[in-house]
Ligand binder design. Structure first.
Ligand SMILES: *[C@@H]1O[C@H](CO)[C@@H](O)[C@H](O)[C@H]1NC(C)=O
Ligand SMILES: *[C@@H]1O[C@H](CO)[C@@H](O)[C@H](O)[C@H]1NC(C)=O
Length: 185
């Protein structure tokens, strides 16, 4: 009886150890994977409007408006330890008061089993591109994509994508509501 229980106990401990080793194995086998991928980001019709930002200081701030082209195939990123990809597109620019401004313009969650081939043409940004002042005109903005990887085991990874794009906003505000740069002059 005693030896049966101790054997059971040993078996139980062994099972736990095997599970732990397997989990660590999953972790180690993907730990050094960089999950890098090259993406293509394009910008169409960037304009700046000068509008009241009711969500913030209720002052007139600069609002950047642009269309995005995104082309990427992230299906290879889904190895067996990747549960979810969280993609986000960030606009970065410099202003006199901040050496780095970052605004998230778009994001997307891709779960395992979903198609990670993304081809989006001339889409509007998902979130508003507000500056907290009046610093977008003539400014150089860099758009880059990054993803968080939520794994089955191990730590959450943050990976910047290979491929970014820069553009310069017009030095003029676009006033009419539906105007494109062509009709705004
Ligand atoms: C805009 O900024 C990017 C990133 O810093 C830089 O590579 C690019 O040359 C800049 N473009 C202009 C026209 O200054
Ligand atoms: C990043 O993308 C460029 C352009 O497609 C390519 O030449 C380069 O090899 C890529 N770098 C990596 C690390 O994948």
């Amino acid at each position: 009886m005693h030896s049966f229980l101790s054997r059971l106990n040993t078996l139980f401990a062994f099972t736990i150890s095997v599970l732990a080793v397997l989990t660590i194995g999953v972790f180690i086998s993907t730990y050094f994977e960089k999950y890098h991928e090259t993406v293509s980001i394009g910008v169409n019709k960037p304009i700046v409007k000068h509008m009241t930002d009711y969500s913030a200081n209720r002052k007139k701030n600069d609002l950047g408006v642009l269309q995005l082209n995104l082309d990427m195939n992230l299906n290879q990123l889904f190895d067996w330890n990747v549960k979810v990809l969280f993609l986000y597109l960030i606009a970065e620019y410099v202003t006199p008061t901040n050496s780095l401004n970052q605004v998230v313009l778009w994001d997307k969650i891709i779960r395992r089993g979903e198609n990670a081939r993304i081809y989006l043409h001339d889409i509007a940004t998902k979130y508003y591109f507000w500056d907290d002042g009046e610093n977008l005109r003539s400014n150089n903005v860099t758009l880059s994509l990054a993803w968080n990887i939520i794994p089955n085991a191990g730590r959450l990874l943050h990976v910047p994508a290979n491929g970014s794009t820069s553009f310069i906003f017009s030095d003029q505000y676009t006033t009419s509501r539906a105007a494109s740069p062509k009709s705004s002059s």
